[in-house]
Ligand binder design. Structure first.
Ligand code: SF4
Length: 222
């Protein structure tokens, strides 16, 4: 086939995808790390909400792009905004110790947030910001396909589960998120202010460890 023909048939295919409402298209031959790289590039050009103007750095997320365990927090804080990395402040150091408590290294898991830009003064995310940014996290989840998602704090749990139930009632139980087990727990920043929350978080981590133990190997083909 001549190059003009190839371009024309690709154009026809992509137009068909567009008509079918498919906005994201990644070829199955692209590896998860390449897919995440492309998505990260897209996030780094995003100006869908005003946070793009107030943030210092986008915080896309980081970790093993085929991790069995994905942690999802709310939004970058001051230190994360400065470094462009998720969970690197005091709460992040505590999260690293929580991850290690169940036998993982930080780089074995994936860590991301609902919002990729810091809300000024660490205020709560606005519903419009969540709506604009959530598709990026959903795409990350589709690419990584973890066995378990552990949400940190109320915003991540309520957003992914589509509920308004308080985190104290949601935590510690497994729910279904598009065929993936999801367990909410308290946010490490909450634990810094309320050390009594460490026991329930430890119990939640034990549940994750027990759930992963028999399934630690990925299904073949990953
Ligand atoms: S918070 Fe999300 S939607 Fe808003 S500008 Fe940043 S990346 Fe885009």
């Amino acid at each position: 086939m001549e190059s003009k023909e190839i371009i024309n048939s690709l154009k026809t295919f992509l137009e068909g995808e567009k008509l079918a409402g498919i906005k994201e298209f990644f070829s199955p031959s692209i590896s998860p790390s390449q897919q995440l790289k492309l998505l990260s590039q897209k996030v780094h050009q995003c100006a869908k909400c005003p946070l793009a103007k107030t943030k210092k750095h986008y915080v896309f997320g980081e970790g093993d792009n085929q991790a069995v365990l994905l942690f999802v927090g709310e939004a970058p804080g001051g230190e994360e905004d400065k470094q462009g990395k998720p969970f690197v402040g005091r709460a992040g150091q505590l999260l690293t110790r929580i991850i290690q408590s169940i036998g993982f290294k930080r780089e074995d898991v994936y860590i991301a947030n609902i919002l990729k830009c810091r809300p000024p003064e660490n205020r709560n995310p606005l519903p419009s910001e969540i709506e604009n940014c959530l598709p990026y996290l959903k795409e990350q989840i589709k690419i990584i396909r973890p066995q378990i998602i552990c949400t940190l704090g109320k915003f991540a749990a309520q957003t992914l589960l589509g509920v308004v139930t308080p985190i104290s009632q949601l935590r510690g139980k497994f729910y279904d998120y598009e065929g993936i087990k999801l367990i909410p727990t308290f946010h490490p920043a909450y634990l810094l202010r309320n050390p009594q929350g460490k026991v329930p978080v430890w119990q939640d981590m034990k549940k994750i460890k027990d759930e992963l133990r028999p399934n630690c190997l990925r299904p073949s083909g990953r």
